[in-house]
Design a protein around this ligand. Sequence first.
Ligand SMILES: *Cc1c(COP(=O)(O)O)cnc(C)c1O
Length: 426
Amino acid sequence: MSDMRSLAHAAGGGPEAPTMSTTEHIALAETYSAHNYDPIPVVITQGEGAWVTDVEGRRYLDCLAGYSAMNFGHRHPELIAAAHRQLDRLTLTSRAFYNDQFAPFVAALAELTGKERVLPMNSGAEAVETAIKVARKWAYEVKAVPEESASVVVAGGNFHGRTTTIVSFSSDPDAYTGFGPYTPGFRSVPYGDADAVAAAIDATTAAVLVEPIQGEGGVIVPPPDYLPRVREICDREGVLLIADEVQSGLGRTGTVLACEHFGVVADVYVLGKALGGGILPVSAVTADTGVLGVLRPGQHGSTFGGNPLACAVGYTVVQMLREGPYLDRARRLGEILAARVKEFVGAGAVTTRGLGLWAGIDVDPSLASGRQLCELLAERGVLAKDTHGSTIRLSPPLVIEEDELHWGLDRVAEVLARLRRRAPGH
Ligand SMILES: *Cc1c(COP(=O)(O)O)cnc(C)c1O
């Protein structure tokens, strides 16, 4: 054992993957991986802050930031230091025992989100599943909903993850087609329509599950009175409000929780993505004892949830959000982003919207698809991703500098202008 360890150290940590060109990487990946993604043809090998470098040595401004998992940028020194420190001590115990990173993390995250308790998981989808399980159990035990009948109201255009249950209430045919039979117990109503939420609620309803801003939907910001009205309806009907803040939360919009913009406190928060600091998957559900308390030993869990490495990184994320400049940056740079994407309307874009350092741009579909636009941006050194059709999302890391943001937006303007020059009738 000690021989093996010193050998691995001597070799710099064991064998490294072979060096290959972009073309070779893509060919090998497409041969051996499942085709459940259609990546932009860039092979990234390094990252720092808002920038990444590909295997050809080209640099790109990362305006996707891992769908907001990289809110603090690539390899933020504080996060990397926390991870290194923990890697050298202890990485996994399972929840069969306590580990010394667990308590500080759950206490800090509970405080950050204003809740009494935290249930740590790994992926965002797992945390959403956790929230659904908790809501159902709460309905049976607290609300006395008849067995096997609890329902959850969800919004059209949602994205909550990829598990069998979650795709059961997706309205995206790509997400659900071919994956039935579907989990029953969900009612979908149009996003942004509080009256439809009220109409969908009955005596069986456990919860309303909603994204405060729909991320994969295309950075859809609901009408200002939507969440406050849904909150009122939930209070009146005795229904839990579950806010899926996996993408919208943890600084992206300039607040810890996007719900804060609407003056709304949810009963249950679902967090993920940035909670892992861009280092490892860390997700969590936070709620008060009256809700999370319905789970007792053996009724839910995860081998990796609450592991010491995840807790050490998650704890650092919480401290950075509380003490660091990230929320202010997202607000300040977000104003610049909003003003500049507005200028794209009529100049290649049909509509734009956003909040904080987060924007959705609907490209004129007669000019290009979102995908084509992203490929042209990549050629100019900007990484972004279409959400669907002709919509692209910009969500740079919160550590991006103002001049870098302008540089990236100049590239978007350039690509849109070029597409318009080439388009017939423009
Ligand atoms: C990404 C996302 C999820 C799923 O997270 P995974 O870690 O990919 O499982 C859930 N909800 C929202 C709002 C998301 O953006």
